[in-house]
Every structure is written in structure tokens, then in C-alpha cells.
Ligand binder design. Sequence first.
Ligand code: EPU
Length: 334
Amino acid sequence: MRTMQDLTNYNTFGVHATANSIRAFHNLEELKHLIKISKNQNFMVLGGGSNVLFTQNYSGVILKNAMKGIMVIGQTEEHVFVKVEAGENWHEFVLYAIQQGWCGIENLSLIPGTVGAAPMQNIGAYGVELEQVFEHLHALHIETGEMRRFSHAECNFAYRNSFFKQGGKGKYIITSVVFRLDLTPNFNTSYGAIESTLETWGVKELSLKIISDAVIYIRKSKLPDPAKLGNAGSFFKNPSIPQIKYQDLKERFPEMPAYELPNDEVKVPAAWLIEQAGWKGHRRGPIGVHAKQPLVLVNYGGGDGRKIKKLAEDIRLDILFKYDIDLEPEVNMI
Ligand code: EPU
């Protein structure tokens, strides 16, 4: 009988599931070899496992990206171009960039996951999205085994979305990402929570380090540490709705916040909807809705992926019923 591999430590939700096997690759040759020998079964690449929910066992091979390396490949007076291998830990890369004095990703401190997974969902936080510092990436086309370079435009970035979650889903494996970082600081402290934290700290002079520290402080105060409490960050995306629909809702719910978008739409914070609907801190045995940030579903220990999915579905239906807004999951469910 074949021994199954336990995936509990391979997903930040910490849910139990199994796969046929887990194989790490450290370079392109190893990756190509693994794909070749896995051809007759399913396989999926896992980065940090921080945006995935296993709702069942995976009948296939998990390929774990362990490609490492950070290299400067170009420089102008204003910018440095840095090529980062996909298996690098995102936050460690952010800290490295800060140390080097490279600007642009300090607001994205402490986001769990790997560099290779970052463009897939165009990670974003505190007023900055990955696409703002993205130059191009390299990916392996699974079917042909050929490498392809993707420009910014070809990645088709949108809010928590890219070509790799759409038409390119399951077809490519991102192997490295090139970033264009600023050599002269261009701090972005517009996000309310950053501004107020810096004010409370009495910060007089901005630096990359102090902004990163503020972001880390804010994240730690709101978002559960996956090492201590299983979660995959925001479970849902913040929904966009037409202005006209928002005006109607605003009459019924005068407190409903919204952020204007350029296209006659507004973005409503899903956390507000979920909190108002009474789900904040809701608990169902070993799983629940985080008490400090209701957009985050949590596994207190021993939680089942299917039950987390069911909880998410119940929340989605409740929000649809109460506000006629359909929440879309951000987390990739397997
Ligand atoms: N809010 C509530 N109750 C709460 C928390 C928030 O009503 O308990 C409302 C408030 O109106 C608040 C608004 O939600 O102003 C926004 O809250 P917050 O600043 O915490 O951000 P978010 O929209 O809930 C998004 C990202 C996070 C990212 C933060 C900071 C998505 C799906 N999530 O959350 O990203 O860290 O902004 O920029 O866009 C992730 O993707 O996994 C993630 C954690």
C-alpha cells in the first residue's frame, strides 16, 4: 500500500489532508524532471501554502518550489532591477530589499507566502499592489516544457487577480520574478492605519524600516499569525458594486463604507459586511471567524477544510441575502 503524505504543515490553515507525494525542486532541471515523471498523475505547485484551503485529499503530487536566489540584473539612476527566484520567502525578500535601501515593497511586509505566488494574485496591502513594482516574470509552460517571459501587460493584473488565475491557470509554473525597485524613497503612507501608527509613535523622519515596522505592527495587531492560529489571510475579496446600487444600499445602511473606483463602481469592505451581519468572532467548534478581522477565517486546531468551506458558504449566502452582494473567495480551494 502506498504511504500518503500529510499536508498539515504545508498549508497555513493547518488543515489535515493528504497527497500521494510531496517533491521539492531547487532548479529548473529538477522541476522539468519532476513534471516528466509525474505526467500520468495530477500535480500542483505549492508555494508557502498560505492562500490555499484543502477541502479534500489531493490525489496527486505536490511540487514544492524551493528555487532560491536574489540577483541584481540591472540598474539605472533611479531604479534597480532585481531577479528573485520563485521559492524565496516573500517577507524575507522584503526585509532584504529594505536592508539594501531598495524602495517600493516595504508596505508589503509580513505577507505570508513565496515570491512566485505573489504575482498570481497580485498581492497587495496598505495602498500598494505588487504590480506597481513588477517588471516581468519567467514561467515554465507545463505542456511544452518551454520557458516563457511575461511582461507586465501579459500578466493582466487586477485586484487580487492575474492571467495565472484566469486563462493561464494550471498551465504555467512561475520560476522567477523581476522587480523594478526605486533607489530614491517614494514613501506611501496614505493608508489610514499607517498614518495613525506613525503619528502615535511620534515619527519625525520616514525610513523604509520605520514604514515596514509600522506595517508589521498593524498586521500583527489585526491578523492572526498562521504559526499560532491557522488561517489564509483574507478569505474573501472586497467586492466592487455599481455606484447606483451602493446609493440604494446606503439608504438602508447609512453607515456602509465604500471606496470610489474609477469606473462608476465602489469597493465595499467585506470585513464591514461580515461584521454587521453578526459573524465577527463566530465560532463553530475548532473553526471560526477571527474576532479582530472578520475577513479572516481561522482554524483553532483540528479544523476540517470542508467545514471551513461550508462556513465560508454560509457567510456568503447570508451577505447575499442581507445586502444582495455576492462575496468572492480569495483563497484557492482544492
Ligand atoms: N472593517 C470592519 N471591521 C473590522 C475590520 C475592518 O468593519 O473588524 C472594515 C472597516 O470599514 C475598515 C475596512 O474594513 O476600514 C478595511 O479594513 P482593513 O484595513 O483591515 O483591510 P481589509 O480591506 O479588510 C485588505 C486586504 C488585506 C490587507 C489589508 C490592508 C483584501 C481581500 N484584503 O483587507 O490583505 O492586508 O487590506 O491593506 O483586499 C489578504 O489578502 O490576505 C490580506 C490580509
